[in-house]
Design a protein around this ligand. Structure first.
Ligand SMILES: NC(=O)c1ccc[n+]([C@@H]2O[C@H](COP(=O)([O-])OP(=O)(O)OC[C@H]3O[C@@H](n4cnc5c(N)ncnc54)[C@H](O)[C@@H]3O)[C@@H](O)[C@H]2O)c1
Length: 309
């Protein structure tokens, strides 16, 4: 039987990945320190006979001790979202360096296929689209999102240069869907929560994102786990949209909320567009969920968590 270790298994992406892999017959061991992850996202999995949640920090010695017959690893443990980036920059760098190395060591010792998540911030501030890649932008380690950007570079560098493991790298773009939480500062969560509360949706002028629905993202990750591809593979949405456009759609669907477009700051990323060529060629994957459908599911989820208890 396939046995996968999902680090960050109680997080946004990890919780969806764990569920999908259980449905596919895997034995799943999630390892999570519950820093940004929440039990609520995996509560419906804990009774599953093939699911185990180990509460541990992947950067601590012994986090992966006594794990046997591991066939796959998805390394997603890293505090995600702008609020976490501002609050825990060093934890992000530790997860990217020590955590990725520990996950790779486990992969090597078990002969497991490992997929690590980097992100679209790899392209930060480059303002250049796919034809100009592999230009990787400016890191600006001291900027507010510096740890996150540097963390993605570190994760990829460690994964690239490590010898003796079968590694694949994915670069998700702006993933959205159920299991996002209003307080984490991510654009989708913030916009949906503000709209449902009939508050102001603040977005940056000219900022664009490639929104990709979580189910599509997980499908790409599973395809990457199943493949021998090393990547990096961009996982993005079908269209790049401005945040103002996105916020207007959210307001429209929610039937409430107000839009405020703030002037761009110099450190803000203004253009992130994925190159889906590799995803199509290597994984036979492309995003299929239209933004309106994905947004409806996301708003439905957000309504359930914003409902007064
Ligand atoms: N969601 C996105 O849009 C997106 C985009 C690009 C990249 N990524 C990357 O994908 C990965 C997962 O993102 P996410 O959105 O699910 O974030 P998330 O914060 O929801 O999930 C990360 C999980 O890792 C756990 N974690 C953090 N540090 C840990 C540690 N040291 N040991 C054990 N567990 C730890 C957290 O508690 C959380 O459950 C991250 O590396 C993130 O940078 C996500």
């Amino acid at each position: 039987m396939n046995h996968i270790v999902v680090t960050g298994g109680a997080g946004f992406l990890g919780s969806h990945l764990c569920r999908v892999l259980l449905e596919r017959g895997y034995r799943v061991t999630a390892i999570d320190n519950l820093s940004t992850g929440r039990m609520a996202t995996v509560e419906n999995l804990t009774a599953h006979p093939r699911f185990t949640l180990r509460t541990a920090d992947v950067t601590a010695p012994g986090a992966f001790a006594d794990l046997a017959a591991v066939t796959h690893i998805a390394h997603l443990a890293c505090p995600g979202g702008p609020k976490a980036t501002a609050r825990w920059p060093v934890d992000i760098l530790r997860a990217a360096s020590t955590g990725t190395l520990a996950a790779l060591d486990l992969a090597k010792s078990c002969g497991a296929r490992i997929v690590v998540a980097s992100g679209s911030e790899i392209y930060s501030e480059s303002n250049l689209g796919p034809p100009h890649r592999p230009h990787l932008g400016n890191i600006g380690p001291a900027s507010i999102f510096g740890a996150h950007t540097a963390g993605s570079h570190v994760t990829e560098a460690v994964a690239r240069h490590y010898r003796g493991a079968n590694v694949g790298i994915v670069r998700p773009f702006e993933v959205y869907g159920p299991h996002l939480w209003p307080g984490d500062g991510r654009v989708t969560a913030s916009c949906c929560a503000a709209a449902l509360r009939d508050q102001t949706l603040q977005v940056i002028d000219g900022d664009t994102r490639s929104f990709v629905y979580v189910a599509d993202t997980i499908e790409a990750m599973v395809a990457m786990l199943d493949s021998e591809a090393s990547g990096p593979v961009d996982i993005g949405g079908p269209n790049v949209v401005t945040l103002a456009e996105f916020a207007r759609t959210v307001i429209d669907f929610a039937g409430s909320g107000w839009l405020e477009v703030a002037p761009a700051r110099t450190t803000e990323v203004t253009a992130r567009s994925p190159d889906l060529t590799h995803a199509r060629a290597l994984l036979g994957w492309q995003p299929t969920t239209p933004l309106p459908d994905g947004l409806h599911h996301t708003l439905d989820w957000m309504r359930t968590i914003l409902r007064p208890q």
